[in-house]
Write a protein that binds this ligand. Structure first.
Ligand code: GAF
Length: 381
């Protein structure tokens, strides 16, 4: 992203202006906002009932809206996407009939949440979701179900959970079985978390994510466990002749990654950043070699970051096959790290020049003590 990122207040102002233009000058009555996330460690462990350690980001999505009389819903996006209509109108079905997914695809997340938020039933509204009640855990679970049924991704709970429970200056250790979440302080002014977007597009609703998930279920069942959370490496060795070699590798990644995530949260609590970085690198290598969800560009970004003095660790983050890397580094190393990443192999062959976005904190928030920065690279698709 070039230039500065709009602050939360600017986003709210833009959304409100759009609402007023579209709906006859009426001001919206509800304004909500949810942060984006990056996962520090614990990849492909959430749907195996394991641990994850994501943190919320100052990049947010805001929604403004008002309840209306009747059952009609209008949802509009503040910016226009060339590929899909930016407005959707539909009626809420009477008598609990299902609200089917359809087009545009982005609206399926709205429909899915309405579908899974039945008590009390969602009334007609303009703009996007108004969340009024319900505890945070059930809100996250409803949003996860929406992604399963309407987004077509059998995802775990991590993204939705950190979006409702994440706090500035903290990572969030989530136990994806008990759904207990513990905030882990991460507010050291000497640290920066750099998120680098490879701009390689990934589609989680493609076949690879559900395939990985199925392998994990097969591995757990071959070991007589309800999930890989209950399995040890000894269990895996003993059961390996009842699984094919690929399934063994997938299960090994998950079993070790769950353990790594707990160790990483401990290291963070003790301020042992070198150890945290070492675990990040182990996680990346395991995702690359055992789980096989990395790609050339992500591997190169990680290698480029790790070559710089002052970088503690780096890894791909999220579902994989593209997307972003996350790097933990000393604040003093930020400029040379960005320069080095920008001049690394695949970037120099990409068209145009790379952009750097400082990821400034929203103006209406106090300055976070720890910075997250976004580095967005030109497309290499
Ligand atoms: C995607 C999913 F949405 C998450 O639930 C998680 O499984 C992640 O991939 C891999 O850790 O982001």
């Amino acid at each position: 992203m070039a230039g500065s990122v709009p602050t939360v207040s600017e986003l709210f102002a833009a959304a409100r202006r759009r609402y007023e233009q579209l709906f006859g000058g009426d001001a919206p009555l509800i304004a909500v906002c949810a942060p984006g996330r990056v996962n520090l460690i614990g990849e492909h462990t959430d749907y195996n009932q394991g641990f994850v350690l994501p943190m919320a980001l100052p990049l947010v999505t805001v929604v403004v809206g008002s309840q209306t009389c009747g059952r009609d819903v209008t949802v509009v996006t503040a910016t226009e996407d060339a590929d899909e209509p930016h407005r959707v109108d539909f009626s809420l079905p009477a008598d609990g009939a299902p609200l089917a997914p359809g087009l545009p695809r982005w609206a399926n997340y709205v429909k899915g949440v309405i579908e899974h938020y039945r008590a009390p039933p969602v009334p007609g509204f303009r703009a996007v979701i108004a969340s009024n009640d319900g505890d945070k855990v059930s809100k996250a679970v409803a949003c996860q179900q929406a992604e399963h049924s309407h987004g077509g991704v059998p995802c775990g709970i991590m993204d939705q959970f950190v979006s409702v429970l994440g706090r500035e200056g903290h990572a969030l250790l989530i136990d994806c079985r008990s759904l207990e979440a513990t905030l882990v302080p991460l507010a050291d002014p000497g640290l920066i978390i750099l998120i680098t977007n490879s701009n390689v597009k990934h589609s989680l609703s493609g076949s690879e994510y559900p395939l990985r998930r199925r392998r994990c279920e097969e591995a757990a069942s071959a070991m007589g466990k309800s999930s890989l959370r209950d399995a040890t490496m000894k269990d895996l060795e003993e059961a390996s002749d009842r699984m094919d070699e690929v399934t063994v590798r997938r299960a090994r990644h998950v079993i070790e990654e769950i353990e790594r995530t707990v160790q990483a949260a401990e290291a963070l609590r003790r301020g042992e950043y070198k150890e945290f970085g070492r675990l990040m690198v182990e996680s990346h290598n395991s995702l690359r070699d055992l789980y096989e969800v990395s790609c050339r560009e992500l591997d190169e970004l990680v290698s480029a970051a790790l070559a710089v003095e002052g970088v503690y660790g780096s890894r791909m983050t999220g579902g994989g096959f593209g997307g972003c890397t996350v790097t933990l580094l000393q604040a003093g190393a930020i400029d040379r790290t960005i320069l080095h990443i920008q001049s690394s192999a695949f970037l120099t062959t990409a068209e145009g020049s790379s952009n750097y976005n400082s990821g400034e904190a929203p103006q209406d928030h106090k300055e976070p003590q720890l910075s997250s920065r976004m580095l967005n690279l030109n497309s290499s698709d």
